[in-house]
Design a binder for this molecule. Structure first.
Ligand SMILES: [Zn+2]
Ligand SMILES: [Zn+2]
Length: 813
């Protein structure tokens, strides 16, 4: 065994750390070890074993967690590529790739020192402790701590145990550490993360029982003498009843490993119940041919909304499974509802592992191990599922590849679509990117023959795309003399659908009741105290809410700036729209889908299935209603204020608006009856609106591409956003000024640097924000410049966490 190993740790430093390997331990490359780091213990990934003795003193590894690699060679390589491409510390990348935090338990322990023993001894001799500035209560607490630690004979006592045993605050413990009376140490280590459930077992039913006790005993007897404690706790008896039965020896509580429960929602018609049309057959055969070639290749599947892309994905995955190989399907967060999970179980049985954000850390770790063991060859999940530890990867599919939820907005700021392409390349696998509205980057790559372009130009069963009618809201204002939310045209069309017992969706991509509160006397808005953002009025919750940081405050009766009572609530959010529609169509059954009404996948599903079952007539919501649902009864989609984004200072605004309009329009007419879309806009001449109304992706793409080319934006150049942030304005200004001077003084051939400028949202979550935008036709030159900039920032002692580099940034706000 080599003497040393290099370990990548999840810290913001771009290096691996060398540790000595004790004789009894055998770490492996790609496996986890627990090591001491500064005053803590951490898990890291072993990246190299070697015999090169470092010049500095090295510490020993504490524990070897894995005896085989958890990151195989390809995933280690992929992690290094991400670290390099996104300028992220490799240890933080590895941590993101491994959802196993549940297997490491953070534990702080305390132990009494010689000085501590002395203090305890002296206190006992004099009868009263020495004079001090501490209160008698604090002194008493200190001696309780010393007593307790002395009684455990020098062993470490866990912080939680100590605090609950002797009622000592963290402040008292810290003070005692400073006085060197006690020693504090991180004794964190791996733990068994098998999820267990508490089970109550009936031992005997003899003896006198009161009514509550009888209820529990009867419930246990009825379920075969055993039931989960959680179920007993849901009975209408006091919680103490069960513990009384345990004390009397009538019931015993045991722990058993939990079964992984999967959604067993009502099965829906399988996508394979329909015959594939000629285009779908062609797409599937090209996909299968590519997989069988066992070489890397990419395919962009551009299919209009309702063209049956999902059926093609699932059929492709089924062939992969039949060949005994593995596939990963990535979907946007909102797409993974319990019903979709149930469909997947129906198709793939136990061969599927589903990874979504509602899983607990332990459940996530369980799924990871199932995949790693080879129990599940089909992986379906959101962004981080791209790192699923499958062996023999044949196919990765990225559904709705344009969706911005694939970009992680914290370190490492990777884009799962681009990581999927790289992983496929490293694994000689096939990557399929699918969308009705591909990103400019992906379509551009397909046109450059980097990917094969496969089109599904028609809807399944030859259903027509919906007719789109634009309503010019400037004209509506002139003709009615009032600012309207629902135009006369849209109101009439909704009424018509309701009369015909058909269903309607109305999109307003802004939640809350009123987005702005304005003072008519001084003209100022009510803003968040942490962000330069107007607070939104939420009527039902009776609060003002910041949609960026979550800050809430009371609804003002007077202006907070000048005290005037003339405060006005302006604009309309989805909450107000729902109220308006209730007023206009009192007979209609209306529901709303947005982040205020949807707290879980179940909420989301309940509303959608209500629509599906015909229990709802009208659904109002934000972009949540635009994504991928297949509800056959919807024949009208109204779009209200979806063009707000066109006014934002962001070069992707037109692309995002086009995508949203096309996607929401795609919800109409997916059943037998053709659909219609009413698109209300103040920007009726904007090309994003015009092309969306004509379902003309190619037209939009060509126009937008010219704009990107003139402005040197992606896909014509690689782009990075460098954000300088601090809660102190002076620091933010000074640091961005220093970096600005450095950019000016240094030659960066082939790289354009814009800035420093105040970020469009200059204050966010208490931070002041300045930024630079860097563009270059050469990614290599861009990254070289960024690396040099980070090195300079380090020399200037600008803290690492205050300079955020976002390569391929999606948002420049
Ligand atoms: Zn005012
Ligand atoms: Zn805020």
């Amino acid at each position: 065994m080599p003497d040393f190993c290099d370990v990548a740790l999840p810290v913001p430093l771009e290096m691996a750390f060398t540790y000595r390997i004790p004789d009894n331990l055998m770490p492996v490359v790609g496996g986890r070890v627990v090591v001491p780091f500064r005053q803590q213990r951490m898990t890291g990934i072993v990246v190299e074993l070697h015999d090169r003795k470092p010049s500095v003193v090295t510490k020993n590894i504490v524990t070897v967690v894995d005896h085989t690699a958890v990151l195989d060679e390809t995933l280690l390589r992929l992690g290094r590529w991400i670290a390099d491409y996104y300028l992220a510390p490799v240890g933080e990348v590895f941590r993101t790739m491994l959802p196993l935090s549940a297997e490491f338990k953070r534990v702080i322990g305390y132990r009494i020192t010689e000085q501590g023993h002395m203090a305890l001894h002296l206190a006992g001799m004099s009868g009263s402790p020495a004079r001090s500035q501490r209160t008698p209560d604090e002194q008493a607490a200190e001696f309780r701590v010393l007593d307790h630690l002395a009684a455990s004979e020098g062993a470490f006592v866990r912080m939680e145990t100590l605090r609950s045993a002797v009622h000592a605050t963290r402040k008292i413990l810290d003070g005692m550490v400073r006085k060197k009376w006690i020693g504090r140490e991180d004794v964190s280590d791996q733990q068994d993360a098998t999820r267990t459930v508490k089970i109550a077992v009936l031992k005997s039913a003899e003896g006198k029982l009161n009514e509550n006790q009888q209820t529990i005993v009867d419930t246990l007897a009825a379920s075969g003498g055993k039931a989960a404690v959680a179920i007993l706790q849901s009975l209408e008896v006091p919680r103490t009843t069960l513990s009384t039965l345990v004390r009397r020896g009538l019931v015993e509580i045991i722990e058993e490993p939990a079964d992984f429960t999967v959604s067993r929602a009502k099965p829906r018609p399988s996508p394979f119940d329909f015959d594939f049309n000629a285009d779908q057959k062609m797409a599937l055969s090209r996909l299968n041919d590519a997989v069988n070639a066992k070489n890397f290749s990419g395919m962009l599947l551009h299919g209009v909304t309702g063209s049956g892309k999902t059926a093609v994905y699932l059929a492709g995955m089924r062939s992969v499974l039949a060949a005994g190989r593995a596939a990963i399907l990535l979907v946007p967060e909102i797409g993974l509802t319990p019903a979709v999970a149930a469909d997947l179980h129906q198709i793939f049985g136990d061969e599927v592992a589903i990874l979504h954000s509602a899983l607990s850390d332990r459940e996530r770790a369980e799924q990871w191990h199932r995949i790693k063991r080879g129990d599940a060859h089909m992986v379906v999940g959101t962004r981080s599922a791209v790192f699923a530890p499958v062996a023999d990867l044949a196919l990765i599919i990225v559904d709705e590849e344009h969706d911005s939820s694939y970009k992680q907005e914290e370190t490492p700021q990777y884009h799962a679509r681009d990581v999927a392409v790289m992983r496929a390349k490293m694994s000689n696998a096939v990557v399929v990117l699918g969308s009705a509205t591909p990103s400019l980057e992906s379509y551009f790559n397909a046109k450059k023959n980097k990917y094969a372009l496969v089109e599904l130009p028609d809807r399944v069963e030859s259903r027509p795309l919906p007719e789109v009618e634009i309503v010019d809201m400037r004209l509506e204002f002139q003709e009615t003399g009032r600012e309207q939310v629902i135009s006369r045209k849209l109101a009439a069309e909704i009424q018509e659908r309701l009369d015909r017992k058909e269903q309607v969706m109305v999109l307003l991509n802004r939640r809350g009741y009123s987005p702005v509160v304005l003072c008519r006397t001084c003209g100022k808005k009510l803003e968040c105290q942490n962000c330069a953002i107007a607070l939104t009025h939420h009527k039902r919750e009776h609060k003002m809410v910041c949609h960026y940081c979550g800050y809430t405050t009371a609804v003002p009766k007077a202006c907070v700036h000048c005290g005037s009572e003339y405060v006005y609530f302006l604009g309309t959010g989805s909450e107000k729209l729902e109220e308006l529609l209730h007023g206009m169509f009192p007979q209609a059954r209306i529901a709303r889908l947005d982040r205020d009404t949807v707290r879980s996948h179940e909420d989301f599903e309940r509303t959608l299935s209500g629509l599906n079952e015909g229990e709802l007539d009208l659904l109002v919501g934000t972009q949540m209603i635009a994504k991928g649902h297949d509800i056959h009864g919807v024949t009208l989609v109204g779009v209200v204020g979806a063009d707000v984004a066109l006014g934002l200072p962001d070069f992707r605004a037109a692309e995002r608006t086009f995508q949203l309009l096309t996607q929401v329009a795609g919800r109409a007419g997916r059943g037998q009856t053709p659909g219609k879309v009413i698109l209300q806009t103040y920007f009726q001449d904007h090309y994003a609106v015009q092309y969306a109304a004509k379902h003309d992706f190619i037209g939009f793409y060509e126009k937008e591409l010219r704009f990107r080319s003139w402005m040197h934006y992606p896909p014509y150049s690689a782009l990075a956003n460098v954000l300088i942030r601090s809660d102190k304005l002076d620091d933010a200004l000074q640091w961005s000024g220093k970096l600005g001077k450095w950019f000016d003084a240094t030659r960066h051939e082939g790289v354009r640097v814009l800035g420093p400028a105040a970020a469009p949202i200059m204050r966010l979550k208490q931070d002041y924000r300045y930024h630079f935008i860097l563009k270059s036709p050469s990614r290599e030159k861009l990254n070289t410049t960024l690396r040099a900039m980070l090195a300079h920032a380090g020399e200037q002692k600008i803290p690492k966490t205050h300079v955020i580099v976002d390569v391929d940034a999606l948002w420049l706000m």
